[in-house]
Design a protein around this ligand. Structure first.
Ligand code: ATP
Ligand code: MG
Length: 192
């Protein structure tokens, strides 16, 4: 009963959040965020889950990607969803990589795992509401998944005018990459 009511509570919370996002009721509270702190707080909040699966987290923040002007709570929620998926859908004892790198006009945050990966035909579909890959359905149901996590991530990233994509890694596993524009950050730098 407790497990099922917990699932129901999460489903309702996720549906309400999507409804709020759809209605444009969540604005952005922009501040300069430290990517290292963001990663650290996501990992700290998920430590019980990570420890239960005996996963190891490795963090790599490139020197050019130390900060971004963004809504830290929303980035936190987006990254938590990705790390939660990485933990849920991969076998025990594997390594999950969190990385940040800066490109010409964007900053990329990625979560990479060594799980089963996602069939190529589903790589774009997993961001749809309630969409779940067949093979992981039964397992995900046990773990209380509702298929809304990545839809919420897509919305939160979209609010930042960014994008999110999924790919399969060479050697096995999934990598989800959030790409955020850094033009806001650049415009603060006085031009001469
Ligand atoms: P929840 O709403 O609790 O997040 P969920 O995890 O099933 O439920 P999503 O996070 O939206 O929903 O993910 C959708 C589907 O994409 C998952 O059910 C799973 O099939 C697949 N998926 C997501 N991340 C991974 C991953 N890292 N490795 C393999 N499959 C994944
Ligand atoms: Mg999920």
């Amino acid at each position: 009963i407790a497990r099922n009511s917990g699932r129901m509570e999460r489903l309702v919370a996720d549906l309400l959040r999507l409804a709020r996002l759809d209605a444009g009721q969540e604005g952005l509270n922009l501040t300069v965020c430290s990517i290292e702190s963001l990663f650290a707080s996501v990992v700290s909040a998920l430590t019980p889950l990570i420890d239960a699966k005996e996963q190891r987290i490795e963090i790599a923040v490139h020197i050019s990607a130390e900060t971004i002007t963004a809504d830290s709570n929303k980035l936190h929620d987006a990254l938590s969803n990705l790390v939660e998926n990485a933990v849920h859908y991969t076998p025990s004892g594997t390594v999950i990589h969190l990385a940040a790198s800066c490109h010409k006009e964007s900053l990329e945050l990625s979560v990479a795992d060594r799980g089963p990966g996602v069939p190529d035909t589903d790589l774009t579909r997993i961001f749809e509401r309630f969409y779940r890959v067949d093979g992981s359905r039964a397992r995900a149901r046990d773990q209380g998944g509702t298929g809304l996590g990545l839809a919420i991530v897509k919305h939160l990233v979209g609010l930042h005018r960014g994008s999110v994509r999924a790919a399969n890694r060479e050697g096995g596993g999934t990598v989800i990459t959030i790409e955020l524009p850094v033009s806001g950050k650049r415009s603060e730098v006085p031009t001469s």
